[in-house]
Design a protein around this ligand. Structure first.
Ligand code: SF4
Ligand code: SF4
Length: 186
């Protein structure tokens, strides 16, 4: 008698389990699909703005960036991903200023920590969400971020000419000649 009871109990459990499984399957059947058909859907792909794909310099409408070549991002980068090449230029008022020559960024060694972005005093850096960064060789991952022409700096004022020596009085020899005469007389 007990074996018949056990038989029907196990059949009941099996049916209950089957119904639960079919319930899950039925739910998934009507749930909208989220599988991305990449790259066919490249044009409509929605990548989050917060996604960190590649470091970039921000450019304004005139095509100028705000980097002042201070080097803080380079110093704060934990693994030497940023390498700046700078030069000193002279301003019209005679003061010297550091200017950017090359802003080199190695995407292959970047850890996307954002330390460079958050510590830049000029808010000159940002991460783009352009995720298609696959290349065949690592050297192609090293990028020059200031790829647009640098703005022309105002030309330095020409150095003042030395004051002209006063013209010698009539009968007086020029200073240079006097010197030669002195030497010859020795
Ligand atoms: S990007 Fe910012 S922190 Fe880096 S050198 Fe330029 S101004 Fe300085
Ligand atoms: S995100 Fe981090 S690792 Fe990448 S360049 Fe900036 S500071 Fe360096």
């Amino acid at each position: 008698m007990s074996s018949i009871k056990e038989y029907f109990t196990s059949v009941g459990k099996g049916l209950k389990s089957l119904v639960q499984g079919m319930e899950v399957t039925g739910k998934e059947l009507v749930t909208p699909k989220i599988t991305e058909q990449y790259p066919e859907n490249r044009a409509t792909l929605d990548i989050s703005d917060r996604f960190r794909a590649e470091l970039t310099l921000k450019y304004d409408a005139e095509g100028h960036h705000k980097c002042i070549a201070c080097g803080i991002c380079q110093m704060n980068c934990p693994n030497g991903t940023i390498k700046l090449n700078t030069k000193m230029v002279e301003l019209p008022d005679g003061k010297k200023k550091r200017a950017l020559v090359d802003y080199m960024y190695d995407l292959g060694s970047c850890t996307f920590c954002m330390l460079c972005v958050t510590t830049c005093p000029q808010d000159a850096l940002a991460f783009s969400n352009d995720f298609e960064q696959a290349v065949f060789t690592r050297d192609k991952l090293v990028k020059k971020l200031n790829y647009r022409p640098e703005p022309e700096l105002p030309a330095a004022a020409p150095a003042p000419k030395p004051a002209a020596a006063p013209a010698p009085a009539a009968g007086e020899k020029p200073a240079a000649e006097s010197k030669i005469d002195t030497k010859d007389n020795k």
